[in-house]
Design a protein around this ligand. Structure first.
Ligand SMILES: [Zn+2]
Ligand SMILES: [Zn+2]
Ligand SMILES: [Zn+2]
Ligand SMILES: [Zn+2]
Length: 346
């Protein structure tokens, strides 16, 4: 009977769907073969591409799901980098040759979305976490060869500065110049040296005031889209709980657009220290130890080796066989004995 039940269990087919994170489909697809052979489950991505279907018996499906979670919430990462729409062409390159080289050097995917406002193109860099960081660093390094400057050009000077149809020979050096309709200054962009040379000549000839250099890129929050000059500022913004985005309780630096995804990550993240008593997550062993010593929940630590257990009975059971605990108790007894002898001799 037992054997029959086991046989039926082994042969009962189950189907489960697994939700992917936006932008992660390609990354997961690249790892399906390995998951298939490790779990022996059938896996496929239906047309719309934001889910994985898992089929097999319960054991195979559970194992495949576990492997998918590790791929999606430990290996995979993404960075949202806004790039100035004036300069995004330099990052893409002719026929996409520059962006292709950045992508293939590290196996990342980079998706651009249409500029919504303020002259930014949003790019989502996705792949292995360290590859995303390296790819964004390369994009930034390339952008540092360019400059974006805003100028206040009075309407009476515009014609002279730009020339008819932008054909002013004196200033033509491959720069882009356009009117920023929002607040009426003009924006000049191009290779750093050319922009500086252009500004020098402009100053000399027309004494046009330069309003200042503009950011060529910004890191954005995956939930609210607010942007910052550095990625660590995004993390700070998320840690302040400014929007729905959520960061890992451990110190791995991972962050997600929503809490549910973040919790799935925390379940696998080696940086997260979890209390066996209440399952709360802590950024370090020290923080967890503090929580347990405060007796904040039913978890207790061994008074000898400091190992943490679910509750008092579990800790006491361990203490019965813990060398360090026994030693500590002997020391304590010896001290007590010594004190009492002293008392008697006085
Ligand atoms: Zn946000
Ligand atoms: Zn983490
Ligand atoms: Zn606890
Ligand atoms: Zn112990």
């Amino acid at each position: 009977m037992e054997r029959l039940r086991a046989f039926l269990q082994e042969n009962k087919k189950v189907t489960k769907t697994f939700d992917l994170l936006p932008g992660s489909t390609r990354f997961v697809l690249g790892r399906l073969k390995r998951i298939r052979s490790d779990s022996e489950a059938k896996l496929y991505v239906p047309k719309d591409g934001d889910q994985v279907c898992i089929q097999g018996n319960q054991r195979q499906v559970d194992f495949a799901e576990e492997l998918l979670q590790q791929v999606l919430f430990v290996e995979y990462g993404s960075i949202i980098l806004k790039i100035s729409s004036q300069l995004v062409g330099e990052i893409v390159g002719k026929n996409g040759v520059v962006i292709q080289s950045i992508k293939s050097a590290r196996e990342v995917d980079i998706q651009f979305s249409e500029p919504a406002n303020g002259g930014w193109v949003t790019s989502q860099i996705s792949g292995k976490k360290e590859d995303c960081t390296a790819a964004s660093a390369e994009i930034i390094q390339r952008l540092q060869n360019y400059e974006l400057v805003s100028l206040q050009i009075s309407s009476s000077l515009v014609g002279l500065v730009i020339g008819k149809g932008g054909a002013n020979k004196a200033f033509k050096c491959g720069l882009q110049i356009r009117e920023d309709t929002q607040s009426n200054p003009w924006i000049i962009s191009g290779p750093r040296d050319d922009v500086e040379e252009f500004l020098r000549r402009l100053q000399k000839k027309f004494s046009v005031p330069v309003l200042g250099g503009l950011d060529t890129y910004r890191f954005a929050c995956p939930d609210c889209g607010e942007d910052f000059p550095e990625e660590r500022c995004v993390l700070k913004h998320i840690r302040q709980r400014a929007c729905r985005a959520c960061s890992c309780a451990g110190e791995c630096g991972a962050y997600y657009a929503d809490k549910a995804s973040c919790q799935k990550h925390e379940a696998w993240c080696p940086w997260v220290k979890r209390c066996p008593g209440c399952h709360a997550a802590f950024p370090s062993e020290a923080e967890l130890a503090k929580h347990v010593s405060r007796k904040a929940c039913k978890a207790r630590s061994c008074r000898g080796c400091r190992k943490i257990f679910t509750d008092i009975p579990a800790a006491e059971l361990h203490q019965q066989s813990c060398e360090q605990y026994a030693e500590k108790m002997r020391d304590a007894e010896a001290t007590m004995l010594c004190h009492s002898q002293q008392c008697q001799s006085e």
